[in-house]
Each structure stands twice: as structure tokens, then as C-alpha cells.
Design a protein around this ligand. Structure first.
Ligand SMILES: [Zn+2]
Length: 445
């Protein structure tokens, strides 16, 4: 594999006056991160003492810091120069002082679907209530009908198209849930489509079987069938997959959710749960007791339950794009972090409540409405999201980790939260390969 050297990079979490660094990538992994010497040349002559690791302490003053920001002539334009005749070839990407950060990890999406909900959105904008839309066959059951009609191939193609957008936006690792099948065969079809897409996408997909996403009102024994038939079938075909459910009024009750997820835990599955989006039904004490992977949403959690979750090892996942699209309610990320919570944020990409896959937008919203800092938001969609998905080889910039990186248009990572609706990613590196590069240097900051 072609090796890559990223020069003149500003680590996203370094002090504003810290020196720039060179990141050496070999065989898809970060080999070293070296402080650039004051003359701007690529050199590793400084030895071990000059090497730094991601969040480690960076020098913030002195001759290196003072001069490292000086641009070399070739830094005036963003470009990759591939020296000819060198073996093995080393591609050089000049970050020209822009921020380099871990690529985004989107740990909560429903990116596998078919059809659209545009008519429903028009009706909502014209004043139809949520209940009116639901009673006329809209809402999640509209997506369920579309997915049931779609072939596994159609679902995989639709997912791959969305994954292409995500990669362009800087997301290289994506969790994708099933949950629009709501029958044993259709849930297996969705999980099969996700597996097909995984085999064809260069990034990383993590599937979740969200078999408790809703209840089909036309199937009176739906909960029993899901627990007694769908779960064992998913277990047989996808033994390690995480199981997920949506605990909410009109969806799965607390008792039904606990029965499904307890059974999944007995079968050895990791477990996540959507809870407290509109109503707090009391899932958190159970989730904490059973030490499940995550509780996602949390907009309606009581302060006491949010604190209980924060003091546990279970992740809280906040989804501010749903707040923007649905009802302007947001989970209290500030309180959750202040009590020591393990916080991830995600796009919740889905056709009903979050028609976006933009992690930069998610960061901007989390900063404003979940009341967390830019730094906290970035950690929540990189290192923390990777930890939630059990992927210890990414989400941070450290030697030995996967070289999944993005270069921002900006020289200060806080711009990722401050700006919204833009396109802040200039370059995406996936497993050491540049897969997106925007020509010309941005002037964002
Ligand atoms: Zn969701």
C-alpha cells in the first residue's frame, strides 16, 4: 500500500500556538507523529523525545512553535505530491496548517431504507399533527411498507449511495440499524443488505438489529413473534450483532423492551436501547443494572436518571439532528458530562426524524443545544463513538491506530462547531489512502 506523509498538520486538540506536525502513515496505520523542526523540513531527527501522541502534551512556546507555522512555498496550495522514482512510493499531502483530526464515527444511524417521506413532510409543514400523519399510514410504517417491498439488492444500493455521501463528509465508520422490516424475513433481509454493503464499501460498517424499532399495528402478536421468532432467527444468522429497541409510548413498553433485551443478553448479544425521546418510561435504571452498551436519545430523561446513567459505564448517545427536525428538544449533554458520563453523539440518519448524515452539522448542533464544547463534541463523535462500537483501533490520532483521518478547511478545530451548513472537510484519509481531496485551500479561519 502506498505510504502517506501528511505535512504541516495542526492536530485538532493541540494548543493554538503549538507547532505543526508531520504524520507518517504506513500500511494503513499511523506510524509516527513528529513535531516539525523550525526550518519546516520533514525530519525525524529529533528522536523519541520529539514524538507526540494525539492528546499528549504539546509544546506551546519556544522556537519550534514560533516558526513552525511558517509556510513553505509548496504549502501555498493544497496538493499531494508523489515523488517519481521512489520505491516504495510515498505520497505527500500538505495540510498547510489546517486541522487534522480523526475521521468521524457515526455510531447511530438508520441509513438503510427505501422510499421517502416527502409527502408526509409537506403535510407536517402544512399543519398536520404527528397523530394525523400516523393514523393515515404515515410515520415509520410508511418506511416499513417501502422496505418490505424492496429487494435486498435495492436496500444495499440505497445504503451504499448514502455511505458515499457520508465518506465525502468525513465519516469512515458507520453503525447502521435494521428496524424497518418488522418481520423475521424482512429484518433478516435488511441485515443481509447491510452485510452486502459492508463488503462493497471501503469504510467500516457495524450492523445493529433494531428488531424492536416499532410495533406493526396489523400484527396483534407482534411483540411475542419478535421475541420468540425474530430474535432467535437473528441470533442464528448474525450471532454477535447488537440488538436494539425503541422504548416509547406508542412503541415498545418498558416491560416489552426489557423482556426482548433481557432475552438478547441471555443469548450473548450486546444490547442498546432508544429511550426517553418523548417520555421517560424508566429504562435507565434497568440499562445501568444490566450494564448495556448505550441508551440513545435522552431528551426526556429526568435529571436523576440522567445522572444515574452518567455515573455508570453505559454510554449515553445524543442525537441533536432529531431535535432540530422534530421538536427543538435536546438532551442535556452538559449535565451528563459534568456527572462523568460517557457521551457519544451521532447523526441518527433516517428518513423520518433526521434526514441528514452530516457529522459536522451534528457537532454544530451538539455545541449549541446539548450545551457541550466543540472539543467535547468532537470527542463524542470520534474516540467515544469508536469505543461504544468496540473499535479500539480508531477515533484518535496515535501511532499504531488506523489512519482514518480528515483534514478540515480550518486551522482551528472549534470552527467545526461554530460554522454550520458548510462543507468543512477538505480531505478524507481512509486506511491511509486519500479518498477525498478538495482542490484549493479554504479560507475559513
Ligand atoms: Zn434511532
Amino acid at each position: 500500500m502506498t505510504d502517506l506523509l501528511i505535512r504541516h498538520a495542526r492536530l485538532w486538540d493541540s494548543a493554538p500556538d503549538a507547532p505543526l506536525v508531520s504524520i507518517t502513515i504506513r500500511d494503513g496505520s499511523i506510524e509516527s507523529i513528529d513535531v516539525e523542526p523550525s526550518d519546516g523540513a520533514i525530519s525525524r531527527a529529533g528522536g523519541e523525545s520529539d514524538k507526540i501522541c494525539g492528546t499528549g502534551a504539546l509544546p506551546t512556546s519556544g522556537s519550534v512553535a514560533a516558526s513552525a507555522g511558517r509556510r513553505l512555498p509548496e504549502a501555498d496550495t493544497a496538493r499531494r505530491a508523489v515523488p517519481r522514482g521512489a520505491a516504495p512510493s510515498v505520497a505527500v499531502f500538505d495540510a498547510a496548517g489546517r486541522v487534522v483530526m480523526p475521521a468521524f464515527v457515526d455510531c447511530h444511524t438508520h441509513a438503510c431504507w427505501d422510499g421517502d417521506r416527502l409527502d408526509e413532510w409537506d403535510r407536517k409543514q402544512a399543519g398536520a399533527s404527528y397523530l394525523e400523519i400516523l393514523e393515515s399510514g404515515g410515520g415509520i410504517m410508511s418506511s416499513v411498507r417501502s422496505v418490505r417491498k424492496a429487494s435486498r439488492e435495492d436496500l444495499a444500493e440505497g445504503l451504499l449511495a448514502r455511505l458515499g455521501v457520508m465518506l465525502h463528509e468525513g465519516t469512515t465508520t458507520v453503525e447502521v440499524k435494521s428496524g424497518y422490516g418488522l418481520s423475521t424475513g424482512d429484518e433478516l433481509k435488511m441485515l443481509g443488505a447491510i452485510a452486502d454493503a459492508e463488503s462493497r464499501w471501503p469504510g467500516t460498517l457495524v450492523a445493529t438489529a433494531c428488531i424492536g424499532h416499532a410495533k406493526d399495528p396489523d400484527r396483534p402478536h407482534f411483540v411475542r413473534t419478535t421475541i420468540d421468532e425474530t430474535l432467535p432467527a437473528v441470533h442464528a444468522e448474525f450471532p454477535g450483532v447488537a440488538i436494539d429497541a425503541y422504548c416509547e409510548r406508542g412503541a415498545w413498553s418498558l416491560e416489552e423492551t426489557v423482556e426482548l433485551l433481557d432475552r438478547a443478553l441471555e443469548l450473548g448479544h450486546p444490547v442498546r436501547v432508544h429511550a426517553d425521546q418523548f417520555n421517560s418510561l424508566g429504562v435507565i435504571p434497568w440499562a445501568v443494572r444490566r450494564e448495556i452498551l448505550s441508551v440513545d436519545h435522552l431528551e426526556a430523561s429526568t435529571p436523576d436518571e440522567l445522572r444515574m446513567l452518567a455515573e455508570s459505564e453505559t454510554f449515553g448517545v445524543m442525537l441533536p439532528c432529531s431535535g432540530l427536525h422534530v421538536d427543538q428538544r435536546y438532551a442535556d449533554g452538559r449535565s451528563f458530562l459534568d456527572h462523568g458520563g460517557r457521551l457519544a453523539i451521532a447523526s441518527n440518519c433516517n428518513p423520518g426524524s433526521a434526514p441528514t448524515s452530516s457529522i459536522p452539522l451534528t457537532v454544530a448542533l451538539a455545541n449549541r443545544f446539548n450545551r457541550i464544547t466543540a472539543h467535547e463534541a468532537i470527542l463524542a463523535c470520534t474516540a467515544s463513538a469508536a469505543a461504544l462500537l468496540g473499535l479500539s483501533d480508531r477515533g484518535r490520532i496515535e501511532p499504531g491506530l488506523r489512519a482514518d483521518l480528515v483534514v478540515l478547511r480550518h486551522s482551528d478545530a472549534r470552527m467545526l462547531a461554530y460554522e454550520f451548513g458548510g462543507d468543512p472537510v477538505d480531505c478524507v484519509v481512509l486506511g491511509g489512502e486519500v479518498v477525498r481531496e478538495r482542490n484549493g485551500r479554504g479560507r475559513g479561519s
